[in-house]
Design a protein around this ligand. Structure first.
Ligand code: IPM
Ligand code: MN
Length: 356
């Protein structure tokens, strides 16, 4: 297993270090070979050299089995540059068209949602990851005048929508509530805005039902408007199994979802190309306030590394990592926020590594 590690900025290096520690422990225990190679992409490098991500580095990254990323962003770099030229560039160039974001409240973790426990907050958001508003389609004209016009379009074609939906139906078949013994159905819910964004979500909705009826009749289909789904994510998260949505909506609702599962310290994710090179990263950012203090929670990055192992076929190791993380949340750490764990970043990483 040949992995590129991009520690990135802020607390990124602190969390990837622990994730690699856990990967190494898993490789020993489960007998797969692991080689990691670091790439110093991010704000520091940009400020020193003016380089974000060169074509050569991009081509090199293409040669790995997978990529593990900490976080990218720097207070001295204007917003947008690193996002566009590093993070989004990798997502787009490697056609990582799925952003997989499991929402799990682990035992022992405090949620701001009253009266809900781990059995209620247990679902997955599939965020479309290379289309929609993120394509940057549009532009500005008459800039600086009173008539300045700005357009940024939500662009989707049938192919993009269809491959994302197929992935989601198949994910629901494999990991849905019925498949995992947690309910009577495997359910996929489309999250959209068919009452206003009729063109784009009309396309999504038609494709959803056509494909579902024809090829995945065993998966139950539901639909939520994106604003309403925010209510239910707080009031009735137990209704959800697998949710699929557009890029922008997925970005927004998964921050809300992350909060319900105990915050950014826990929220894992993966930018997935099912047939290519994927990149796994915690949802949270660089946490500049806590950089270098050894207090940041590494569990989101560790869980992302676990997802990476699953995507590479090491399911047993992936399950062992998740079980070890759950043991640490249930029996070790006191809180999940930075500085609230009762242990250092390194100690928490070691707990998980020892438990795999
Ligand atoms: C995320 C982040 C990124 C996104 C930013 C940093 C470009 O918020 O991964 O959710 O919008 O996709
Ligand atoms: Mn986001």
């Amino acid at each position: 297993m040949n992995i590129a590690v991009i520690p990135g900025d802020g607390t990124g290096p602190e969390v990837t270090r622990e994730a690699v520690k856990v990967l190494e422990a898993a490789s020993k225990k489960f007998g797969f070979e692991l080689k990691t190679t670091e790439y110093d992409l991010g704000g520091e490098r940009y400020l020193k050299t003016g380089e974000t991500l060169s074509d050569e580095t991009l081509e090199e990254l293409r040669g790995y089995d997978s990529i593990l990323l900490g976080a990218i962003g720097h207070v001295d770099v204007p917003p947008g540059i690193l996002e566009r030229d590093v993070l989004l560039k990798i997502r787009f160039e490697f056609d990582q068209y799925i952003n997989l974001r499991p929402v799990r409240l682990y035992p022992g973790v405090e949620t701001p949602i009253k009266n809900k426990g781990p059995e209620d907050i247990h679902y997955t958001v599939v965020r479309e990851n290379t289309g929609g508003l993120y394509t940057g389609t549009g532009g500005i004209s008459m800039k600086g005048t009173a008539n300045e016009v700005a357009v940024q379009s939500m662009v989707y074609n049938r192919h993009q929508v269809e491959r994302c939906l197929r992935f989601s139906f198949e994910y629901a078949q494999k990991y849905g509530k019925k498949a995992t013994g947690r309910g009577e159905h495997n359910t996929l819910a489309l999250v959209g805005k068919t009452n206003v964004l009729t063109h784009v979500f009309g396309l999504w909705e038609r494709a959803f039902h056509e494909i579902g009826e024809k090829d995945y009749p065993d998966v139950k289909r539901e639909y939520y408007h994106v604003d309403a789904v925010c209510i239910y994510m707080v009031q009735n998260p137990e209704w959800f199994d697998v949710l699929v949505t557009s890029n922008m909506f997925g970005d927004i609702i998964t921050d809300l979802a992350a909060t319900t599962q105990g915050g950014m310290g826990l929220a894992a994710g993966g930018n997935v190309n099912p047939d290519g090179v994927s990149m796994f990263e915690p949802i949270g950012g660089t946490a500049p306030k806590f950089t270098g203090m050894n207090v940041i929670n590494p569990l989101a990055c560790i869980s992302s590394a676990g997802m990476m192992l699953a995507s590479l076929g090491e399911h047993e190791a992936a399950r062992a990592i998740e079980a070890s993380v759950m043991n640490v949340t249930a029996n070790k750490i006191k809180g999940t926020g930075a500085g609230e764990m009762g242990y250092t970043t390194e100690e928490v990483g070691s707990f998980v590594a020892e438990g795999v």
